[in-house]
Design a protein around this ligand. Structure first.
Ligand code: EPU
Length: 455
């Protein structure tokens, strides 16, 4: 297992290109199961989750060629996916257990092949994460679904020659809509007979990107990005070429890292149009975001802008609640908490998507942060400085939070279990070094004995 050793205190300075989005790329890749023609994806990030999805698609009868980006400065690599053996329709536990997003193969496989068997994903460090809404949505399209030996077994009535049937489907749950559930039902409905209307659909930019690609494959989808998506089913879909949108969570993470170190960082390929709540929260803290506006407004792609991130000396405390898009994203909550530990006064952060997603709080405490957790809320009292310590990453975004804290802290921080981080951030240590950070990846065996002890 690897760990990061960070000598805190260096101001981040320089320029970085934001990578293609992990959470957009995963359902796009799964959508290759909707056609027997090749799909070409550009700007695919090279991440553990992406490689796991490649293994899964291979298990499901696809041929996948991935040319990763040559170095850390590119937006991503090129991937060609060609679904060839449609009889291989069992997504097995050995891969599904490594990545919950495996569930987004269910809808495409069922719609195209008439049958799909996908191991039921379990919970994870950030909460229970059920898939009842996915199943409810697919049943609304006429699928017959049973659980068998820990697998979801789904069939279209009539089997291979049969077809799902369009319907009106409500996808709201106790915490709002579901992002991958919307991706699953929307993808499946593209090949259903008649019209499907998804109500309370997720409005996330990753859903808009998926709808855009599906339409380029011949689907007829309207309304993606709003709570009502209308899909007119078609008989078949063809292949296409599509560039994955930039990663709004990676962009938010580097913005916060720049601010936490009082740095000056310019981000290219930044999806500002998808980051309104993150930018609003950071502005309230005192982060200065200046968008480069050389092109005329009409010709600018607001999903691929250039933004300079600087910071006022004093960080102000704020109140933030995570919400479905366009609200403040849960995937940036932990990183924001790291920044707020250094603000002047009390901040309040409430988590409304995954109320248990606070595993970073205790680790931040080891670095001198003052955070009081009350149910889904963290009350953060700013301190003058954080101090380096050995800490342990527990999930993807908590890892990013601890790295940000380590970059800003006095002294040395060792973040262990960075395999969580590698699921969602490509070569983060190299990219931070490009900005002047003092950060090394070492294997736990290489580390000094005192640093190798888990805390
Ligand atoms: N939910 C249900 N039933 C369902 C599905 C979801 O009750 O059938 C609940 C969840 O428990 C949660 C809420 O609804 O409280 C939202 O979950 P959602 O289904 O939207 O999450 P997801 O689609 O499984 C994606 C991202 C997550 C991100 C969430 C929320 C991918 C691969 N994952 O998950 O990303 O936190 O949306 O925005 O797109 C991450 O990248 O670190 C990450 C966890």
């Amino acid at each position: 297992m690897d760990q990061f050793v960070i000598s805190g205190g260096a101001r981040l300075n320089g320029r970085l290109t934001i990578k293609g989005s992990k959470n957009a790329a995963l359902p796009l890749m799964a959508a290759a199961l909707l056609t027997d023609k090749p799909l070409l994806l550009n700007d695919v990030p090279d991440l553990a989750d992406i490689r796991n999805m490649v293994r899964l698609l291979e298990q499901l009868g696809c041929q996948v060629d991935f040319a990763p980006p040559p170095d850390a400065s590119f937006a991503g690599g090129k991937m060609v996916i060609h679904s060839q053996d449609e009889s291989a329709s069992h997504a097995k536990y050995d891969i599904v257990k490594t990545m919950r997003a495996s569930i987004c193969t269910l809808g495409p496989m069922l719609a195209r092949r008439g049958f799909a068997r996908v191991s039921m994903p379990g919970g994870c460090a950030i909460g229970d994460r059920p898939v009842d809404l996915h199943l409810h949505g697919l049943r609304g399209l006429g699928a017959e679904i049973q659980l068998h030996q820990g697998d979801i077994v789904a069939r279209v009535p009539g089997g291979k020659g049969g077809r799902l049937k369009g319907g009106r489907i409500f996808l709201g749950g106790p915490f709002g809509s579901t992002v991958l559930g919307t991706a699953n039902v929307m993808s499946a409905a593209t090949l259903a007979g008649g019209q499907t209307m998804i109500e309370c659909a997720a409005c996330e930019p990753e859903i808009v990107d998926l709808a855009k690609m599906l339409n380029a494959m011949g689907a007829r989808i309207r309304g993606a990005g709003s709570p009502r998506i209308i899909i007119d089913g078609v008989e078949t879909l063809k292949g296409t070429e599509h560039a994955v949108i930039p990663d709004r969570i990676e962009a938010g993470t580097y913005m916060i890292a720049a601010a936490a170190t009082n740095g000056d960082v310019t981000l290219d390929n930044c999806p500002m149009d998808a980051m309104i709540a993150t930018c609003d929260a950071l502005s309230r803290v005192g982060v200065i975001l200046s968008e480069e506006k050389s092109a005329p407004t009409a010709g600018r792609d607001l999903m691929r802008t250039t933004v300079r991130v600087t910071c006022s000396r004093l960080l102000r405390p704020i109140e933030v609640t995570t919400q479905p898009h366009p609200g403040f994203p849960t995937d940036v909550q932990a990183q924001l908490v790291a920044l707020l530990t250094m603000a002047e006064g009390n901040s309040v952060v409430t988590e409304r998507i995954y109320p248990e997603r606070f595993l970073h709080v205790a680790e931040l405490g080891r670095m001198g942060a003052k955070v009081l957790r009350q149910g889904p809320t963290a009350i953060i009292t700013g301190v003058k400085r954080l101090v380096g310590a050995p800490v342990m990453a527990s999930d993807l975004r908590a890892s990013a939070c601890l790295i940000i804290a380590g970059l800003a802290a006095e002294g040395t921080t060792t973040v262990s279990r960075v395999y969580h981080l590698d699921r969602g951030y490509e070569r983060m240590e190299e990219r931070l070094r490009m900005l002047g950070a003092d950060i090394q990846r070492v294997s736990e065996k290489q580390a000094a004995p005192s640093e190798a002890v888990a805390v």
